[in-house]
Ligand binder design. Sequence first.
Ligand SMILES: Cc1cc2nc3c(=O)[nH]c(=O)nc-3n(C[C@H](O)[C@H](O)[C@H](O)COP(=O)(O)O)c2cc1C
Length: 348
Amino acid sequence: MSAPFGKTGLATFLAPMQDITDADFMEIIARRGPPDFYVAEYFRIHEFFEFEPRVLRAVLSRPGGRPVCAQFIGGDEAHILRALRELSKYPQITSLDLNLGCPAPKIYRKNVGGGLLRSPEKIRALARAIRENWGGVFSVKMRLGFDSSDAFEGLFSAVLDGGPDFVTVHARTVKQLYRGACDYSKIALAVKMSPVPVVANGDIWSAHKALEVARQTKCAGVMVGRHAVRNPWIFRQISEAARSETPYSPTLGEVRGYVGDILRSVLASSARYPDSRMKKYLNFIGASVDPDGAFLREMRISRGVPELMRVCDKYMLGGRARLTFPQEPYAGVCPRPNHEDRCQDTKK
Ligand SMILES: Cc1cc2nc3c(=O)[nH]c(=O)nc-3n(C[C@H](O)[C@H](O)[C@H](O)COP(=O)(O)O)c2cc1C
């Protein structure tokens, strides 16, 4: 297995999202048109590191027949090399990604994830050590910098010195979290500098936007996170648009089917608060359900799974079932600010 470059068209990637992109969710996405490549949420590598069974299950899966890459966060070379030896016990894991972007303070204060972007020398040394000790595909997922993108060129060179097979660039700094404009000009710069493929990430909310970012940056692929949770048809739509075909246009009734698939997976996982877990997904989906944000408001105040599903039925079934689910989120209707930051803060 190798990363999906070199074929015609724009390669598509599902972004890793902690507590969201588990094996079931990736399979649910695959049924609506899989991306070329998935990256699973990170393993946190420290002295007492053990694989989290839920993440391991995701990494060992092959949703829609497409490969899943294992991602990790860590900064200590000895611990990372031990983790690589553990990983190589699983021949199915052939692809590994180093996280240089996590903005959760609990993470970056330990100088791992996004915190490593303050130490280009350390990035260079770590990446080289991984390259020398890992025979499979090795990639890096980075942001533009820690609190500014001014040092991006040097950081990107340090990453390249480590010899990755490809690099994904989220076009924001760590301090920007998930807000503020993406600076795609830095991705265009990375493409010019790089002998290996560069994948663009950040606010790719539709097939049209994917093609626009690809045109602007000349990237080899696009990685989509939150907008794939909102619209699981996005990978299919990107591939169709890249072939100059009209992208598939799902209905709200189909979105209700998608919500039903997520609910089955949440209930099967015996999550303690299934309605809260569902809201995590519906928070994204709701941005394209109605232009006034009424669905989001009602679903947020609902209590318990039956009431939550009644709200979904009200907005997605009956006379609304045949309405088109728009590719883009409605202007001004957005998931709760900071929700994602809290999601990322849960691993020690
Ligand atoms: C809830 C949530 C969890 C995330 N978890 C991870 C993670 O485990 N590893 C990682 O590299 N990025 C993680 N990210 C960042 C995304 O992979 C992606 O880079 C970011 O959301 C920007 O892309 P988007 O605009 O397409 O969502 C997470 C983002 C969110 C919203």
